[in-house]
Design a binder for this molecule. Structure first.
Ligand code: DHE
Length: 513
């Protein structure tokens, strides 16, 4: 009898041990850097939402081998294979209940690195402050500032872990705001080349937007599902929960963008088919928390009110979207490939869009073709660029490309647009040049097989285009847009994106806003 009991214990015990082990391993080896609650510390957050971009084998490799140029050590000799796998499993499991990030947490996280009163009110360098480039280097989580005339770096600094999306500028180009996937919002003073303040707006963030007057910054979060509004010093003004009208269903936020001519932010929700317009026009009703109740009871529907969402119901959710140049229409798409046009004035869908696959739409462009305004977008599933007329929303042309692409980029002064093939199985090493008049691919730039060439931004005059050789020992590759020849290379650590101050603050039609 005793022998049978021991045998049972021998079989069952390892199950208990392995169930308890990963959490204990995490506490012992990971918590000091990544936080006891997995919300991050000097290392990034280790929640399933934060790890969405990291494939399981990559996560295991990182635990085993560490990460070069960071403080993440290698645990190959600390954990055996079973422990390593169990720990990786544990990291991909959601915490229940889901971790919270309250207004008090947001306020407590704010860091003021510099007293703004001590900063110069003019650039501390001689380069044209409106022709600078901000380059996000995800290889070692740094940002470089380039002089756009000399095409040389003038400054480099460490950023938060995993910045994502385009950084957003104040209208005069002096400040730039970065959002990290872990929810950190950083304000950098470009004129003084210094980070001024930071705040953690959420635990998992989609993107950020700056109001047209530069007075407000808004962050769209997926964890918790909300929008968080700050003043330009990153002091919390308001959180807006992304919930249904009756408050019963909550959602993640897909993205938020500024619509300067409307004096509002436009947001879409990932789990609710609604577009929100959040007015920052001070002539709208003042902030008054009671309005939330008024709103829910239907009273405020015709009057959005300052910083209160006005909802436009849709048939399907929007995962991402962008605008026509007048900001009357939102052109959006859902993950299942349903494109639609929403008129923000009459507040309903006015057309379907022929966009196959889910576009990385924030990277769509608009231009004039044969006297007509058109939009163009890649999509993440098929190798083609769709060009659609914005008068009748009909497909003008489908341009076949090397493979599914992420980014489309042009400039109002250039007849060309660049498209990559980042999602192609055959290779991500081609950038193709589309002639905006003939709507044909007219040229190709190629990196060695196995490398990635993607994401372009033009200088303020459209004369040069800077592309990313998206490798750890990568580079910015500069093309002369008159001769279409490579003229320069600047070494960079996986430069994911670059943003020209002039193009962004003037909202050039060829770039993202
Ligand atoms: Fe992005 C912008 C969504 C994956 C690099 N990406 C954006 C924006 C959105 C978005 C909504 C616009 C935000 C803005 O600028 O305000 N991205 C998504 C996704 O839904 C998707 C497919 C899955 C996800 O994990 O979120 C996704 N994005 C990626 C990547 O895998 C990329 C290539 C590498 C990375 O850094 O994660 C990537 N996204 C970028 C970049 C921009 C961006 C470089 C800014 C483009 C610009 O020129 O403005």
């Amino acid at each position: 009898m005793k022998a049978r009991l021991l045998l049972c214990l021998a079989i069952v015990w390892p199950l208990f041990a392995s169930a308890a082990e990963p959490a204990a391993l995490y506490r012992q080896h990971c918590a000091s850097c990544h936080g006891a609650d997995r919300l991050g510390g000097i290392g990034p957050a280790l929640l399933p939402q934060s790890l969405e971009r990291l494939r399981r084998p990559e996560a295991e490799k990182t635990i085993r081998d560490g990460r070069i140029a960071t403080q993440m050590p290698a645990f190959a000799t600390t954990f055996d294979d079973a422990q390593l796998k169990a720990l990786a499993d544990y990291l991909y499991q959601a915490e229940t209940p889901a971790p919270a990030w309250s207004e008090a947490d947001i306020r407590a996280s704010r860091i003021e690195h510099v007293d703004p009163a001590t900063l110069a009110d003019h650039p501390v360098f001689s380069a044209d402050p409106l022709n600078l480039f901000v380059v996000v280097e995800s290889g070692d989580h740094h940002v470089s500032i380039l002089d756009g005339d000399r095409l040389e770096p003038i400054h480099r600094f460490a950023s938060r872990y995993a910045l994502h999306g385009g950084p957003k500028f104040s209208p005069d180009g002096r400040y730039v705001y970065f959002a990290s996937r872990d929810g950190w919002l950083s304000k950098f003073d470009v004129w003084n080349l210094t980070t001024v303040a930071e705040v953690r707006a959420g635990l998992n963030t989609r993107n950020a937007a700056v109001s047209g007057d530069g007075r407000l910054v808004i962050v769209a979060n997926t964890l918790p599902g909300n929008l968080v509004v700050f003043d330009s010093e990153l002091r919390l003004l308001k959180t807006i929960a992304a919930t249904s009208l009756d408050g019963r269903q909550s959602s993640r936020v897909s993205a938020v963008y500024d619509a300067t001519p409307r004096k509002s932010f436009i947001a879409a929700l990932k789990d609710l088919p609604e577009v929100w317009e959040i007015s920052y026009d001070e002539r709208a009703a003042p902030i008054h928390d009671g309005l939330v109740h008024d709103y829910r009871m239907g009273e405020a529907i015709a009057r959005p009110g300052y910083l209160h969402p006005r909802r436009t119901p849709l048939d399907t959710v929007l995962d991402d979207f962008f605008f026509d140049q007048s900001y009357t229409h939102v052109m959006g798409a859902s993950r299942d490939g349903k494109g639609q046009v929403v008129n923000l004035d009459i507040r309903r869908k006015v057309a379907d869009l022929a966009l196959p696959g889910m576009p990385h739409l924030g990277s769509g462009i608009t231009f004039t073709w044969q006297g007509k305004p058109v939009m163009a977008s890649t999509n993440l599933k098929t190798g083609e660029v769709s060009v659609i007329g914005m008068n009748d929303w009909q497909l003008v042309k489908t341009i076949p490309t090397r493979g599914p692409g992420f980014f489309l980029r042009s400039h109002s002064q250039s007849r060309y647009a660049f498209v990559d093939s980042m999602m192609s199985r055959e290779g991500r090493n081609h950038l193709q040049l589309i002639d905006k008049e003939s709507l044909e691919v007219v040229r190709e730039f190629t990196a060695p097989p196995g490398q990635t060439l993607a994401h372009v931004e033009f200088t303020r005059d459209g004369r040069y285009a800077l592309a990313s050789l998206w490798e750890m020992d990568g580079a910015l590759v500069v093309y002369d847009m008159q001769t279409l020849q490579e003229v320069k290379r600047l070494p960079m650590k996986k430069p994911v994106g670059k943003y020209n101050v002039w193009n962004k603050t003037r909202k050039d039609e060829g770039t993202s806003h």
